[in-house]
Write a protein that binds this ligand. Structure first.
Ligand code: 8X3
Length: 264
């Protein structure tokens, strides 16, 4: 039952206190949340939004929100993470692997080793490391749900995105293999595969060039982070015998990932 569950979110869990018809984020749904990200000031704002969303929803359970500084690409930070979680919140029920990173639209031949390593370190090795941290406990307690944020880029590669697409294909393969490994347990494994979502993601892809980032969404209305938060809540709140294996979520006017990102 949701009231018994603690949720663990890698990166920010977006809360929108203005949409209260049904829980659209885990704070409104009455979860306790361990929120992690690299930017502790941004995370603190999310924590405050969670407090407001929880109060606005009027639910009696949940409402404990903890922030922990975490760069998922840093092995030593992953190793010390469990000790930083308050003891009364250590029985995690849901792991949301949301941290994802793309930098550059360079073609193969021009991609720097550093950029390549950074993308794999966050999108693939960080996600795997966090999963390994919790999966044994999930198995032992016969509970748990791992929700990995994949991408349309994990289904459909595009020019200018070779490394990012490779990382998201890796997320897809890892998640699918994990689902098969725990198929004889109550542990659930979900991959959510968003298309275009307007966040800071594109600005980083274009190395801070906001107009280039905005240009990506020209002519269509992209998804917003809350749309994906809603899908996370929905997948997590299905009855225990239901596993949402994959959720492919697109803006209504996007049907393909084949956007030829311009070269720098
Ligand atoms: C992000 C979606 O279309 O930029 O994962 O690859 S896209």
């Amino acid at each position: 039952a949701p009231q018994r569950q603690q949720r663990f979110c890698s990166q920010k869990q977006v809360c929108n206190p203005h949409r209260r018809l049904s829980p659209t984020n885990l704070a409104q749904a009455g979860s306790n949340l361990i929120l992690t990200a690299r930017r502790i000031d941004a995370l603190e704002k999310v924590r405050q939004q969670c407090v407001a969303a929880h109060q606005g929803a009027g639910v009696q359970h949940g409402g404990q929100f903890v922030t922990i500084l975490l760069d998922v690409s840093d092995k030593s930070q992953i190793a010390s993470l469990l000790n930083k979680i308050p003891t009364d919140l250590r029985n995690i029920d849901i792991l949301v692997n949301n941290a994802g990173y793309v930098v550059g639209v360079d073609r193969v031949g021009d991609i720097s080793l550093q950029n390549m390593e950074e993308m794999f370190a966050t999108n693939v090795f960080g996600l795997i490391a966090l999963t390994q941290l919790f999966i044994k406990d999930f198995r032992e307690r016969s509970t748990g749900h791992i929700i990995n944020i994949g991408s349309i880029a994990g289904k459909e590669p595009y020019a200018g995105g070779s490394i990012y697409c490779a990382t998201k294909h890796a997320v897809h393969a890892f998640t699918a293999a994990l689902m098969r490994e725990v198929v004889d347990t109550p542990v659930r494994v979900t991959e959510i595969q968003p298309g275009m979502v307007e966040t800071e993601f594109s600005i980083v892809r274009y190395r801070g060039d906001k107009s280039a980032a905005d240009n990506v969404y020209n002519g269509l209305q992209p998804l917003v982070a809350e749309d994906i938060a809603e899908e996370i809540v929905w997948a997590a709140s299905r009855p225990a015998h239901v596993n949402i294996a994959e959720l492919f979520v697109l803006p209504v006017n996007q049907a393909s990932a084949t956007i030829n990102y311009r070269s720098n």
